[in-house]
Design a protein around this ligand. Structure first.
Ligand SMILES: Cc1cc2nc3c(=O)[nH]c(=O)nc-3n(C[C@H](O)[C@H](O)[C@H](O)COP(=O)(O)OP(=O)(O)OC[C@H]3O[C@@H](n4cnc5c(N)ncnc54)[C@H](O)[C@@H]3O)c2cc1C
Length: 428
């Protein structure tokens, strides 16, 4: 088994072989070169703005080229909770954004002819326990009544049409969701942004960000030079660091890990996932999986801490066991790749858009950033150009910090949170 991001073997990722000098002056500087930053950059550049993406590593290096490639409807929080917290009117707008986000990915893929296997094969949320199936039944009715959104209930006896596994107790399927190869998509998005005129700068870690003395332009100091920018957008997701300290303190970086098996036979692949769904379970400590090129791509929050050699090795073993539990048919399948990445959770598990000390941000996708990052990158850029970011639906919710301020950006509480989630999965 290689500790390598399988997706990277399927596409030529942007590299650092041809670094261009950092521009001196731009309209917009974007920190972070993933879905959010690149989608925003494409949008600004299409409107003729001079925009520079500043990426610490190489373009697409972060979660955007490492994820499960699930282009999902909905938010991390159940929509019932969203209604309770923010009211029906805002909840409807936020849900509509999640549906629009899938369209945005599809539109970009089509307009830019990005070869990334985008397909609306739908998602499947599978119940781990019988009583969860009862909750899913309620959800189907609730989503139809409150959001006019139809999802299908899959009874326990009908699961074989959806998944070649006996461990689940029914599911709901949403045909709106899609799948992509995330590395191919982010590489294509980078090309599209560049073609529109955006300046993409790899190895340009931002070290310091300050409003210039006049109070008008930002001075953005990178490891390869300094530039002045009219406005700044932070798109650093789970890799948000102390350059934007106040934002860092609002974001919990959480590791997520994936294994990819060897290529399976057509027959076996078809048996495991006959509709090629994006599948995830109901657990707090959840697993998510799907096929790509007849490989089983099986992910989970196997370790809570971000990726390193140890967490990847340990997670690969845990994930292989989980995978075999779901699919005993894979007990002899070779696991060829294992990797990890970091995603971003806000303390309220919601996505947040807004302005802090004059700097704009779009963060906190909580595992929904393939679609949402792409869509919010675009819509936040549009709102910045119109000067009405405050009216963006995701700017309408408060962005909380840690309870009692007990967090400085180093998530000391993650082992406890991990344990807590495991306990909840056991007792609930
Ligand atoms: C293993 C895994 C599986 C996932 N699966 C799914 C899925 O199936 N579906 C889904 O919707 N979401 C999924 N996600 C989440 C999704 O990948 C992210 O929400 C999304 O990629 C975020 O995109 P982004 O552009 O905001 O951030 P990223 O792609 O993480 O990019 C942020 C970039 O900021 C850069 N950066 C940080 N600090 C600085 C600095 N000071 N200067 C310059 N650059 C800086 C980093 O180097 C990084 O490249 C998954 C995530 C992981 C890790």
């Amino acid at each position: 088994m290689k500790q390598q991001i399988y997706w990277h073997t399927t596409v030529q990722m942007p590299d650092d072989s041809k670094l261009t000098p950092i521009p001196e002056k731009v309209d917009v500087a974007i920190i972070g070169g993933g879905f959010t930053g690149l989608s925003a950059a494409r949008t600004f550049a299409q409107q003729g703005l001079k925009v520079a993406v500043l990426e610490a590593e190489t373009i697409g290096w972060g979660a955007s080229s490492r994820n499960g490639g699930m282009v999902l409807s909905g938010l991390k929080l159940p929509m019932g909770t969203v209604i309770r917290k923010y009211g029906k009117e805002l909840a409807k707008k936020l849900y509509q954004y999640s549906l629009d986000s899938i369209d945005t990915v599809e539109n970009i893929v089509k307009a830019e002819k990005i070869d990334c296997g985008f397909a609306r094969t739908g998602h499947l949320l599978a119940a781990n326990k019988p009583k969860q199936y009862e909750a899913l039944k309620d959800q189907v009715e609730f989503m139809a009544k409150e959001f006019n959104h139809n999802v299908k209930l899959v009874a326990p006896g009908d699961m074989q049409a959806e998944i070649g596994s006996n461990v689940f107790h029914g599911a709901i399927a949403d045909d709106n969701s899609a799948g992509v190869n995330p590395a191919q998509f982010v590489a294509g998005l980078a090309n599209a942004a560049e073609k529109a005129g955006a300046l993409l700068n790899a190895r340009a870690r931002v070290r310091k960000l300050e409003a210039a003395r006049s109070g008008k332009r930002f001075v953005v100091e990178t490891e390869r030079g300094t530039l002045s920018a009219e406005s700044v957008l932070v798109a650093t997701s789970g890799y948000t660091g102390n350059v934007t300290k106040k934002l860092q303190k609002k974001i919990i970086p959480i590791g997520s890990f994936i294994i990819a098996t060897e290529r399976l036979s057509d027959k076996l692949a078809n048996e495991l996932s006959p509709k090629n769904r994006m599948i995830f379970d109901y657990k707090h400590y959840l697993n998510y999986f799907r096929l790509w090129d007849n490989r089983m791509i099986f992910g989970g929050r196997a370790a809570f801490f971000p990726e390193n050699e140890n967490t990847i090795r340990q997670s690969a073993e845990i994930l292989r066991n989980e995978m075999i539990h779901v699919y005993p048919q894979l007990k002899d399948a070779k696991v060829e790749y294992a990797w990890g990445g970091t995603l971003d959770f806000a303390f309220d598990m919601m996505t947040h858009v807004g302005e802090l000390d004059g700097v704009y941000y779009s963060l906190g996708y909580a595992g929904h950033g393939v679609a949402m990052g792409t869509h919010l990158g675009k819509t936040v850029a549009e709102a910045m150009m119109k000067g009405n970011v405050k009216e963006h639906p995701f700017a309408g919710i408060d962005f909380p910090g840690a309870p009692l301020g007990l967090y400085d950006g180093r998530p000391w509480f993650l082992p406890f949170a991990g344990m807590w989630h495991k306990i909840l999965d056991w007792v609930e």
